[in-house]
Ligand binder design. Structure first.
Ligand code: BES
Ligand code: ZN
Length: 459
């Protein structure tokens, strides 16, 4: 291992320059105008993986953005690992809130700032460099490796399940690994064993057939913004519970053991509250904040618009108003069922004065992965070697759609070996990756593949 670790140590500066190049490509999957940039990013990865010694690296077309497949299969007797990452990023807007430009990565105070720095280009790149270290020094990997790096994760991976279905033989492996989650806290490494699912809906409320003078017409018609606000306000009750009938039917109860384990975690509500700058926290009654984040489902408005939002006063009753709503789901809620229940309920409570239309934008299932697997054992040992501390077990509130696809289609458990930090501003202005975690992540990943070969052969 010494040779590998020295290689990682000696090439740190070059790694930073390469990551900056990767981050400079604005691969924003949700924006049609960035389509070519998304493809350019897939091409960059293909060239990069080829140069570092991976084999059979190529772009696979999908009905959406391309994905990159690559492999190294030089040890037929050893286990095979399926590594997943995503090279697409969220939009960088609002641009004026960035301290340095989002696509010109910049280092400040031991952190590298840029869109995708932690989610997920930076974390995916950590693996690239661990693989490079093996392939450039020992000319081989400790395990067989198959990679898929996709370009549509941030829009719900709409074309990934068909790809996996079609290429089951190609993707056959002993386990999957993803680095796209944060540590519990800085200096507190963790293994994540649960993710929430998601249902993302959009509501459009239409009132009069045109915008109206709010003096001439105010009092005669139902303002669509008000009607939308009335709908929104009915989606939670006073206890912070979601009012959609059947919403909680399939929610798995939290076990005493898990509850107790979460209470033992080094987490303080006062500190969390202060850090977020809120006066107090909010959420479903009867649960702690960590429980509400990890094991309870939620409903949030992500955007709401209508009428005049420019400078100054314009007196207008708009013809339309809209909202984007996400629901985070936990085992065993089913996204399709929840989407239908949402639609039915919103239609039922919508005032008769307006027309409402509802669209589902994306879906992902919640996921739980086993913590007794050899993959998790290897990850625990590797994190201890890479960061000098025994990791904690935790869940997360975010979603990674592929985890349930791997389980359902390929029968694979995924090890969520993330190197982010909870405050790295993923999806927000000034996203960054902490450089200690970035370089520590490379060492850990190198140890992980090495440990894995031993853990799996022990079986
Ligand atoms: N890296 C995140 C997932 C994540 C976030 C894991 C926070 C753990 C903690 C991922 O890239 C992401 O943001 N996913 C989207 C998926 C959605 C668009 C289907 C999400 O969770 O909003
Ligand atoms: Zn991500």
């Amino acid at each position: 291992m010494q040779e590998i670790i020295s290689y990682l140590e000696e090439n740190k500066n070059r790694f930073l320059l390469e990551l900056k190049e990767f981050l400079a490509i604005p691969s924003v999957s949700t924006k049609p105008e960035n389509k070519q940039e998304v493809r350019r990013c897939a091409e960059w990865i293909t060239a990069h993986l080829t140069a570092l010694g991976m084999q059979n690296t190529r772009i696979h077309e999908t009905d959406g953005h391309p994905l990159v497949y690559s492999e190294w299969l030089g040890e037929p007797a050893k286990p095979a690992v399926l590594l997943y990452g995503h090279y697409d990023v969220q939009p960088a807007e609002p641009l004026e809130l960035w301290t340095s430009p989002p696509f010109e990565a910049t280092i400040r105070d031991g952190n590298l700032f840029g869109r995708g720095a932690t989610d997920d280009k930076g974390q995916t790149f950590i693996h690239f460099k661990a693989l490079e270290a093996y392939l450039k020094t020992l000319k081989k990997l400790p395990v067989n490796l198959k990679l898929i790096i996709e370009g549509e994760e941030e829009i719900g991976s709409p074309h990934l399940a068909p790809f996996i279905e079609k290429h089951q033989e190609l993707l056959k492996a002993d386990l999957a690994v993803i680095s796209d989650t944060p540590f519990f806290a800085k200096g507190v490494p963790s293994i994540c064993y649960g993710l929430r699912g998601i249902v993302y809906m959009q509501i459009e409320v239409v009132g009069p057939n045109r915008d109206l003078h709010s003096g001439s017409y105010g009092g005669a018609v139902h303002n669509p913004i008000q009607a939308l606000a009335e709908i929104m306000a009915q989606l939670h009750d006073r206890n912070g519970r979601i009012t959609i009938p059947g919403f909680y039917d399939e929610v798995r109860r939290l076990s005493k053991k898990e509850r107790e384990a979460y209470r033992q975690l080094p987490w303080r509500e006062a500190k969390y509250t202060k850090d977020l700058g809120v006066r107090q926290l909010y959420g479903e009654k009867g649960y702690t904040a960590l429980e509400r984040l990890w094991v309870r489902p939620t409903l949030d408005c992500n955007g709401i618009w209508g009428g005049y939002t420019g400078e100054g006063a314009k007196t207008v009753i708009p013809s339309q108003a809209s909202a984007k709503i996400s629901m985070r789901l936990v085992p065993d809620q089913q996204p399709e069922k929840i989407a239908r229940a949402f639609e039915k309920f919103v239609k039922k409570i919508a005032p008769k004065t307006i027309q409402v239309s509802i669209q589902c934008l994306n879906l992902a299932e919640p996921a739980l992965t086993s913590i007794d697997s050899p993959g998790v054992k290897a990850a625990m040992a590797a994190l201890e070697k890479g960061f000098g501390k025994q990791p904690l077990y935790q869940r997360e509130g975010g979603s990674i759609p592929v985890v349930s696809h791997f389980k359902k289609i390929l029968g694979l458990d995924t090890v969520l070996l993330g190197f982010g930090l909870p405050n790295e501003n993923a999806h927000a202005p000034d996203e960054f990756i902490n450089l200690e975690n970035f370089f520590g992540g490379m060492k850990t990943t190198a140890h992980f593949y090495d440990e894995l070969a031993r853990q799996i052969n022990k079986r």
